[in-house]
Design a protein around this ligand. Structure first.
Ligand SMILES: [Cu+2]
Length: 69
């Protein structure tokens, strides 16, 4: 199990947190999604987070947010 953390500067409130969680959590292999509103990061826990990188980025984009970097 590992984690991948994405910087998402646009997150600011519980709505953002819910929108991103709704898109990312259903991805097959994702164990948990933690949105840190203070740090403006999204941390995904999965067996192999690197393998899910493109899907996670697409899901965050789908939720209406941009991953920095
Ligand atoms: Cu918000």
């Amino acid at each position: 199990m590992g984690t991948a953390t994405y910087s998402v500067p646009g997150v600011s409130c519980g709505h953002c947190e819910a929108a991103i969680t709704e898109e990312v959590a259903p991805i097959e292999g994702v164990e948990s999604v933690v949105v840190d509103l203070a740090a403006k990061t999204v941390t995904v826990t999965a067996e192999d987070p690197t393998a899910l990188d493109a899907q996670v980025r697409a899901a965050i984009d789908e939720a209406g947010y941009e991953v920095a970097g």
